[in-house]
Design a protein around this ligand. Structure first.
Ligand code: CA
Ligand code: CA
Ligand code: CA
Length: 238
């Protein structure tokens, strides 16, 4: 059979063997497509794996003489971006040729192919998947800041504006989690506060329309911070 091996895939290989069923008795070389798909091997973005074998494909029909030729197909192999993953045609060793970026491609779904030298398939293609694990390598980015506007002597809690920021790291992961606090404000009288979801609200009723207020909101998650400033004026344009 054709299999994938690495420290992660060794156990899977055993399970896979059970799942293999011969297509018919006349042609033992071609087997029924496997229904069971191994989970992806995980590779960390920004880490250099180029000097190691990240996976291996091997056919039971490989007699060690070079009678089987291995190849890879899929996005990142024989489709753009080409040759991110390459396989040694003789040994079946799979290597990655560059440092991966999760924000570019987060999963590679490849097919491992084993053929005889005359071009006949030795096996059904095998699924080889690589998931690129996220690192916190993108800071939150504030959306365009507009000047907020609020009527003077507005009651406490009056919503002034909503701050928005985005983070390109993996959604649902703490690497992209954003919460907001106000780092400082001028004048420093604590006139405004901000909720974790980014809503700026009035904290002190004594707002004066002759004063220009400036806030420095900051994302409060320790691993994820970036700051910018916003201005808040009275109920007339500044
Ligand atoms: Ca990245
Ligand atoms: Ca981030
Ligand atoms: Ca990332």
């Amino acid at each position: 059979m054709i299999g994938i091996s690495s420290h992660v895939f060794l156990l899977l290989l055993t399970l896979q063997t059970v799942a293999v069923v011969k297509a018919n008795s006349e042609d033992n070389l071609v087997r029924r497509k496997r229904l069971w798909i191994p989970p992806p091997k995980q590779l960390m973005e920004n880490e250099d794996y180029t000097q190691e074998t990240v996976a291996k494909i091997h056919s039971d029909f490989d007699d060690g003489s070079g009678n089987i030729v291995y190849s890879l197909e899929g996005i990142g192999a024989n489709q753009q971006p080409f040759n991110v993953f390459v396989v040694d045609h003789i040994t079946g060793d799979i290597r990655v040729t560059k440092v991966l970026d999760r924000e570019l491609i987060d999963t590679y779904n490849l097919s491992g192919i084993a053929k005889y030298k005359d071009g006949r398939l030795a096996e059904e293609n095998v699924d080889i998947r690589f998931k690129v694990k996220d690192q916190n390598d993108n800071p939150p980015v504030f959306a365009v800041m507009k000047v907020g506007e609020v009527t003077e002597i507005s009651p406490l809690g009056t919503s002034v504006m909503k701050i928005m920021a985005t983070d390109a790291d993996e959604p649902g992961n703490e690497n992209s989690l954003i919460a907001y606090t106000i780092l400082d404000q001028s004048p420093p009288h604590g006139m405004f506060d901000i909720s974790q979801d980014g809503t700026v609200f009035v904290k002190n009723q004594a707002l004066d329309r002759e004063v220009q207020y400036e806030l420095h909101p900051i994302m409060s998650i320790a691993v994820n911070f970036n700051s910018n400033s916003i201005r808040i004026g009275g109920n007339h344009p500044l």
